[in-house]
Ligand binder design. Structure first.
Ligand SMILES: N[C@@H](CCC(=O)N[C@@H](CS)C(=O)NCC(=O)O)C(=O)O
Length: 223
């Protein structure tokens, strides 16, 4: 049985959970909060959430986990089968992670606590603008990022966007607005993509948990 370590409000945790559910893989959730101590470092060396435990050992870093799940389990395929398509999917995932999620996360204190802009916030705004434009250049939105088939890149983007434009459970988290980005005009395919992603029973199940669990975890999150 695969163990999934973390907590259900973490957007990275939910990328892994979404992938497991989408593929129909059985798993057990093990509650771990950030800063859980040295024992957890044996599983996830930087203490990051999520991580998984399988027969072979432990694995952290979400994109590695997603690819491991895709490669190891039956169920609907969530990646192109050819090397080029697969590499292009990884390119999209890197853009989501490094140039959208990371700068958006840096802007959270600005939008939530009204912290004053400083050099690092201005750099984050610049990176986020470039990241969203890169996403636009790399994606076809037909309706999914790479075409008619859902891939791991779509799953990653769904949860990255929580940090960029908020969520019904986290309405104030509009870091794109703080960076002056009008998502609908930079990403004209986003509306149809949202409809396709939101129609998924897996998305709906994860959103329902997020809404019901959020108040329990808000005060404990380090971000
Ligand atoms: N690069 C990591 C990032 C994961 C991450 O930052 N997770 C957050 C929770 S959403 C976390 O563990 N924060 C606590 C910390 O950074 O120590 C991944 O891809 O899994």
């Amino acid at each position: 049985m695969l163990n999934l370590y973390g907590f259900p409000v973490s957007h990275y945790y939910n990328m892994v959970k979404h992938t497991l559910m989408q593929k129909g893989v059985s798993y057990e959730e093990v509650l771990v909060m950030p800063g859980s101590g040295d024992d957890y470092l044996d599983k996830s060396p930087l203490g990051k959430i999520p991580c998984i435990g399988v027969e072979e050992g432990y694995l952290s870093e979400t994109s590695s986990i997603l690819e491991y799940i895709e490669d190891s389990f039956q169920g609907p395929s969530l990646a192109p089968s050819d090397p080029w398509g697969r590499a292009k999917m990884r390119e999209l995932m890197k853009v989501c992670e490094l140039y959208i999620e990371a700068p958006a996360r840096q802007l959270i204190p600005v939008v939530m606590q009204g912290e004053k802009d400083n050099d690092s916030h201005l750099k984050a705004i610049d990176t986020l603008n470039k990241g969203v434009r890169a996403l636009s250049r790399l994606s076809v939105f037909e309706p999914y990022l790479m075409g008619p088939k859902l891939t791991l890149a779509d799953i990653m983007l769904r949860y990255v966007l929580i940090v960029v434009r908020g969520h019904t459970a986290l309405p104030g988290l509009n870091t794109a607005g703080c960076a002056g980005i009008d998502l609908a005009s930079v990403l004209p395919g986003l509306e149809a993509w949202d409809r396709a992603m939101d129609a998924s029973a897996v998305s709906q199940a994860i959103d329902a948990i997020l809404v019901s669990e959020i108040s329990k975890y808000m005060g404990k999150q380090p971000d």
